[in-house]
Design a protein around this ligand. Sequence first.
Ligand code: URA
Length: 264
Amino acid sequence: MANADYFYHVGFGHIDLGPEPPLIAVLSGDPERARLIAQTQLREVRMLSENRGLNSYLGLLPDGRPLLSATSGMGAPSLSIVVNELVQAGIRVIIRIGTTGSIQDDVKAGSIVITNAALCRQGAADDIAPPEYPAAADPFLTVELVNAARDLGIEHHVGITASVDSFYEGQERRETSANPHLMRRLQGATEEYRRLNILNYEMECGTLFKMGSVYGFRAGCVCGVIAQRTSAETIVQERKTAAVDAAIRVAILAASRCKIPGSR
Ligand code: URA
């Protein structure tokens, strides 16, 4: 593996990570969420970079271990670049903290989805492993996320996520999309996925999971449900803060409990 002093896209290097570099990262699509996590959940926070809006912060968990709160940007191509550089920086566990649209009636806006595997319809993932290669979360990290949700009393669902490349066409949005010609192969996809017991749509975890298996790091994903696609295409703004807050709390508790062999 390359041992660069400085990682071109994330905009920081080994030297910025201090004498005890972090082994665990939480990864948000939105740079504001990465900042919020650092400010509300960590101690002694330092901003590492704001390069390209890929904001990264280093801080301490309650037990004193370092945690990186980083930004993936939107979608799998951006995530794949960031994750590649985080692994080169020494990260061995990545928990994605995202937002998602539910496609099941019982998965309500405001709750969270912990993904154990993804139907991965993502071009970036095909550059990492063949399409039929499983996109599976690390099982132990997933159990850690579920236990954290239980212990915090947070309404949660565990299951399969459709991880796709686009928010509008790929998630079969028509009323709120500028595209008047949704391709035939995407028409009816949401109903088909619903019948296949897929819980939700998001845009990054499939590629993250494949990278985890191929590169050899542990990957998990928890998302706050901010759209209820069984009733509308739009974001349920009044549930967004609660959903994101729940996902953050679950991820941070799981990260705090996550032990890495050979480290403290
Ligand atoms: N993120 C998605 O990818 N889809 C949604 O509906 C909401 C958040």
